[in-house]
Design a protein. Structure first.
Length: 189
């Protein structure tokens, strides 16, 4: 077998699929370069956006946070207590999906948010999306042990559900990437 056949030339066509023993190395190099260029282009075309709802309430029941229209999004959700919560209740996140109509839990279970101080952060961690209050003001995320949960959210309304009303305010953030050019996220009224 000649070097030219093993290595290939600039004219060698790009490979596709799994690596085999019959393609020249240049074919696979072109395949890898094309894949990398495609990923960079996707990252540039699908930047992260941020939507904020600054007046989140702790109600008995649901507080609408974000309305998603036009198409699905890939999202991460965070909350920060801006005015101390007074009272006791459990809270978690859900989405009211438009089609098929229904409510989907975004967390594994509600968690106590009793009289949380200003600066307490709420995030969703791990593959089960544990609703996690963080009272230290900052947190190091271990991407392997407990990564930030990401959601593919269809058209609908993300809500914060609470078991009892408390006074106070939670500012909510949705970091998202559009999965459709028509996807839109706005803070719910």
């Amino acid at each position: 077998m000649t070097k030219r056949r093993v290595i290939g030339t600039r004219q060698t066509a790009e490979a596709s699929g799994a690596i085999g023993t019959t393609e020249a190395m240049m074919a696979y190099i072109k395949q890898l370069v094309t894949a990398q260029i495609t990923q960079v282009a996707l990252d540039l075309e699908m930047p992260w956006h941020c939507c904020v709802k600054s007046d989140g309430a702790v109600l008995t029941g649901d507080d609408d946070l974000f309305d998603i229209t036009g198409g699905p999004v890939l999202a991460q959700l965070f909350g920060i207590v801006t005015t101390v919560l007074v009272g006791t209740s459990n809270g978690d996140l859900q989405i009211d999906v438009t089609t098929p109509a229904g409510t989907v839990d975004l967390n594994d279970a509600p968690v106590a948010i009793n009289a949380d101080a200003a600066g307490t952060m709420y995030m969703c961690l791990d593959s089960t999306s544990v609703f996690t209050p963080v009272t230290a003001g900052a947190v190091i995320i271990d991407k392997d042990a407990a990564p930030i949960a990401e959601f593919v959210l269809p058209i609908g309304t993300v809500i914060f559900r609470s078991s009892a009303a408390q006074t106070g305010v939670i500012e909510w953030y949705m970091l998202y990437r559009k999965l459709s050019p028509l996807s839109t996220v706005v803070a719910a009224a």
